[in-house]
Write a protein of this length. Structure first.
Ligand SMILES: *Cc1c(COP(=O)(O)O)cnc(C)c1O
Length: 389
């Protein structure tokens, strides 16, 4: 599959047909495996012969998902995990040790901040936060013990974008591992490993599934980092992806390219419509020329993604009105679903920040975030118009 287009890889890569000749990917719901002889068992356990041992770390359905996603990201190895959060934990535990330091972009997933601040800190790993788009800020935050850069691009909910290639030049020069959470773009819109990142992290829960069914995650990268460090952690600690979930994600990957194209097209139309509304003061979306990193986004992403946010004039009261007047949009903080979701970041995902921190992070009281789904775009726009007029 090496020289095939990503859409072909998404449908075909990683499948190993069994003797039954099944066309679709089979689901291996088995916790353990049997061996032909005591000698074979010995060889498997010692690592002398490859093969299945136990589904905490070897399962054919999970392996198919891992190989397909690795091929789609252009990475050597993928380790599938029970959730996006456990992918980040596995990355940290597999590559860092006490005394190491992380530099992370400030606007990242809330649970990732809690993981870095409250849990990794207990094991002597400190984190410094910087402005995603300010490369000088990244450079200045580096200490002699800085081991990892961590970034989400585009960011949530303001859709800021960092130049991954430029950031990787800084990390490479200092021998720092660059990890990109590629949840919002997915490999069908952005391949960080081909731009110089060392590791890609996913919450498969979002667009890879795409229909809001299962929780899962993945770490993709080079053999030495992911195949050894991260895999060793997973094998022993066990935040493993279930074969059932892997099977659901496999079918999700088959339609990822198609879905992302439509998410992007719908979001583009919604963003352009919002830009013309008199009661909207600002629209954050990488597909608008007014976006501060429009050029970088156009260069490193093959589409703007499905996530946007906008500021309603009149603050929280008017923003709540827009959310409450919608007829079918889902009021939830989840994203990456066929169903459009709408949320008020200042009182939900970013509710724990102080007013000052919200101001610094650009989370205005009138800000509304929409993860644009696959319903008809005219219906989505009509739903949003109900509270905006
Ligand atoms: C949802 C999300 C996560 C966490 O993934 P879970 O599957 O919910 O554990 C991590 N990063 C980003 C950007 C996310 O949106």
């Amino acid at each position: 599959m090496d020289n095939k287009h990503i859409d072909t890889i998404a449908v075909r890569a990683g499948q190993v047909r069994t003797a039954e000749g099944e066309h679709s990917d089979p689901m291996f719901l088995t916790s353990s495996y049997v061996f032909a002889s005591a000698e074979e068992a010995q060889a498997r356990f010692s690592g002398d012969s490859p093969g299945n041992i136990y589904s905490r770390f070897t399962n054919p359905t999970v392996r198919t998902f891992e190989q397909r996603l690795a091929a789609m990201e252009g990475g050597e190895v993928c380790v599938a995990t029970a959730s996006g959060m456990s992918a980040i934990v596995a990355f940290c535990m597999g590559t860092l040790q006490a005394g190491d330091h992380i530099v992370s972009s400030r606007s990242i997933f809330g649970s990732t901040v809690i993981l870095f601040n409250n849990i990794m800190s207990k094991f002597g790993i400190e984190t410094t936060y910087v402005d995603l788009t300010d490369l000088d800020d990244w450079r200045k935050a580096i200490r002699p013990n800085t081991k990892a850069f961590f970034a989400e691009t585009p960011s949530n909910p303001l859709t800021q974008v960092v130049d991954i290639a430029a950031l990787s030049e800084i990390s490479r020069e200092k021998g720092i591992i660059l990890a990109i959470d590629n949840c919002f773009c997915t490999p069908s819109l952005q391949k960080p490993l081909t731009l110089g990142a060392d590791v890609v992290i996913h919450s498969a829960t979002k667009y890879l599934d795409g229909q809001g069914r299962c929780i899962g995650g993945a770490v993709v990268g080079k053999k030495d980092l992911v195949g050894e460090g991260v895999y060793s952690f997973l094998r022993t600690a066990g935040p493993t992806m279930s074969p059932f979930n892997a099977w659901v994600f496999l079918t999700g990957l088959e339609t990822l390219g198609l879905r992302m194209k439509q998410h992007c097209a719908n979001a583009q139309q919604v963003a352009e419509w919002l830009s013309e509304q008199p009661n909207v003061s600002k629209v954050h979306f990488p597909g608008l020329e007014s976006h501060p990193q429009y050029d970088v986004a156009s260069r490193q992403q093959s589409g703007p993604g499905g996530l946007l946010s906008f500021e309603v004039k009149g603050g929280q009261e008017k923003a709540f009105n827009v959310i409450n007047k919608t007829e079918f949009l889902s009021i939830t903080a989840n994203l990456g679903d066929t169903k459009t979701t709408i949320t008020h970041p200042a009182t939900t995902t970013h509710g724990r920040l102080t007013d000052e921190q919200k101001l610094e992070a650009g989370i205005a009281p009138g800000l509304v975030r929409v993860a644009v789904g696959l319903e008809n775009v005219d219906d989505i726009i009509h739903d949003l118009s109900l509270g905006l007029s």
